[in-house]
Structure formats: structure tokens, C-alpha cells
Design a protein around this ligand. Structure first.
Ligand code: AHN
Ligand code: ZN
Length: 329
């Protein structure tokens, strides 16, 4: 009798289980392959050139106003809803800047969103130049300002051709790089809050009340030759899962050499203030721990931050990684 029951049960179990053999992919955690566009590094490079061609993008100048118009119209052309937020801010020396944060939304009605951002202004002082005679000269900001903005314009162009599942916002922040110059005699009494004035303004005055995104990614100095995007300390503190996702993605698609999984120092940058606004955000920023002078790439805040020192291969590594991340959401 016992034997009979055992056979009966086993038959029933077999019958039940027969439509789910062990090898069924159903049970595997692997995701469906998704379409990811091919990032065009020549296009991104051209977008940097276009910005540099306007001249120094220093707030309250004509070149700055013209560049703002260009950036906004280019984002509109790619199908985004664009809003230029006037951001009146005060600099370290009390100068009032008419800052402009350029905000582009793709699929603004989608609830699930990711925020991509960069600063678009260029620094009025080459205060890290080897020649002290250059310290009060402006920088071209091909890498510092131009590169993050150029990569985001190319991402916008890709989105115009094939949308990711989630909504994307792109913010080009102004007045990031008007921070207190190092040639001033008096010791600094601030905690770095003279930097990132545009994002500080936005954090207090979001373009939409209660604006939220799942997470944010800041691109800062993403065009230097042999860039190394060590894992910036505030990113690790505030958005560790985003760091993990981005660095693993870079590794998977073959750009691991640009994205070492070693921790870097904490940088006062736009992502700190976006974090304050409740959006966990990371900074993809070229950190060079071996450069004892500044800890940044060798042309940082010098008159040599020019197109000659922009490497398309770095733009590609960053642009393709970010595209892969957002199209997998
Ligand atoms: C400070 O030096 C405090 N922050 C650097 C942020 C920065 C400047 N990124 C680009 N330029
Ligand atoms: Zn800078």
C-alpha cells in the first residue's frame, strides 16, 4: 500500500513539474537584453568644440549668454521640454551673477526618472597654472565644463532617436566654477560653498515643486586622456548602489580601465547639492591621486584645458557607460 502511494505521488509530482524543467530561464535572474544606442564620440567632441568656440562661458558675459541659447536650442531640437532657470547667485567676492540653469526633460509625464547633470560654465581664473602670470586669465574649459556638457548633448541626441523606458532629465548647471580663487591672500573661511552656485540655487528652488528622480549622475571632467574615475567619496557615502551599478556596467562593457574600483577623495561638486535635494547622486570625475599638486588631471584650472587635451576615447567610455545604465532601467 505504502509503495502504491509513493508511486502515485511521484507520478503526480512529475506531472506537475513537467512544465518547469530545471533549465527553464524563468528562474534565472538574468534580464531580457535591451537595446542600447551606440554613443558617438565624434559627435560629443564636436559638441565640446562648439562650446569652446563661443569663447569663455563666464556668467554675465555675452559669450555666456550666446552659449546658453545654443545649449537650450540644441536640447529642444532633440525633443526635450526645455526650461532655462534664472539663478541669481552671489560669488565669493559679492558679485551678483545672472546664472542660468538649463533644464531639459524627456517624457516629463513619466514618474520613474533619472537625472543626468554637468556644469556648463567655465572658470574665470587659471589659478592652478604653472605660470602665475596666468592666474587671473580665464580657462577655455574644454574638459572642465565642456566635456560633461558635450557628453550630455550627445546622450540627448541619442534619446531623440530611441527613448529609454524611464524619463530622463538633463540639467546643465551654471556657476559651478566661480569658486574662491587660490591666489587670494586671506585664508578661506568657507566650506567650499563658493563653488557650485547654480546647483545650490536649484536645490533651494527646484524647477518643479517636489521634483524627484531615482538617482542622479554628475559628469565632471570626462574628456581627459587616460582619465581615471576613482569612486569619489561622497558618491560612495550617499549613493553606493549607484556607484556599484555604474562601475559594474563600465567593467562589463569593456571600460573597466577608466573606472577603477578604488575609493577617491570627496569633492565639493554639484552632486552634493543635488543630494541635499533628496536625489542620491554620484560624481563621475577624473581623479588623479598621483598628481600631488591638485589631485585632478594635469591641466585642471590652467590655460591648457583646451581641445588638444580632449581624448575621444574617454568621451566614448563615459558616454557608452551612462547610455548602457539608463537604457537598462
Ligand atoms: C573644489 O575644488 C572645492 N571643487 C572642485 C569642483 C570642480 C571645479 N569641478 C570642476 N571644477
Ligand atoms: Zn573647475
Amino acid at each position: 500500500m505504502k509503495m502504491f502511494l509513493a508511486i502515485l505521488l511521484s507520478t503526480l509530482l512529475c506531472a506537475c513539474g513537467s512544465n518547469t524543467p530545471a533549465s527553464e530561464p524563468e528562474t534565472s535572474p538574468q534580464k531580457e537584453p535591451v537595446f542600447v544606442p551606440v554613443f558617438n564620440e565624434d559627435s560629443a567632441y564636436c559638441y565640446i568644440q562648439r562650446q569652446v568656440d563661443f569663447g569663455y562661458r563666464i556668467p554675465n558675459t555675452e559669450a555666456h549668454a550666446k552659449a546658453a541659447q545654443y545649449l537650450a536650442s540644441e536640447l529642444k531640437r532633440h525633443g526635450a521640454e526645455v526650461f532655462v532657470q534664472e539663478a541669481p547667485v552671489k560669488t565669493y567676492d559679492g558679485t551678483l551673477l545672472n546664472g542660468k540653469n538649463i533644464i531639459a526633460s524627456f517624457d516629463p509625464d513619466k514618474k520613474e526618472r533619472v537625472l543626468l547633470f554637468a556644469h556648463w560654465d567655465s572658470r574665470p581664473y587659471a589659478d592652478r597654472d604653472a605660470d602665475p602670470a596666468n592666474h587671473r586669465q580665464p580657462i577655455e574649459g574644454a574638459n572642465d565644463g565642456g566635456s560633461g556638457t558635450g557628453v550630455l548633448l550627445e546622450i540627448a541626441r541619442q534619446i531623440s532617436q530611441a527613448k529609454p523606458r524611464i524619463g530622463i532629465d538633463i540639467i546643465l548647471f551654471d556657476a559651478e566654477d566661480y569658486g574662491r580663487p587660490s591666489f587670494l591672500e586671506e585664508p578661506a573661511t568657507d566650506n567650499g560653498e563658493t563653488w557650485a552656485l547654480g546647483s545650490q540655487y536649484w536645490a533651494k528652488h527646484p524647477h518643479k515643486p517636489g521634483y524627484k528622480a531615482k538617482y542622479g549622475i554628475l559628469l565632471d571632467m570626462v574628456g581627459g586622456t587616460n582619465a581615471t574615475f576613482h569612486q569619489e567619496a561622497f558618491s560612495l557615502r550617499f549613493a553606493p548602489s549607484v556607484v556599484k551599478k555604474v562601475w559594474e556596467t563600465a567593467q562589463t562593457i569593456g571600460y573597466g580601465s577608466y573606472f577603477p574600483t578604488t575609493p577617491g577623495g570627496g569633492i565639493t561638486d554639484d552632486h552634493l547639492f543635488v543630494n541635499d535635494a533628496g536625489i542620491p547622486s554620484i560624481d563621475i570625475i577624473d581623479l588623479r591621486p598621483d598628481n600631488s599638486e591638485t589631485g585632478f588631471y594635469e591641466h585642471w584650472h590652467t590655460v591648457n584645458d583646451t581641445m588638444e587635451n580632449i581624448d575621444r576615447a574617454t568621451l566614448k567610455a563615459v558616454g557608452q557607460t551612462v547610455l548602457t545604465v539608463i537604457y537598462n532601467e
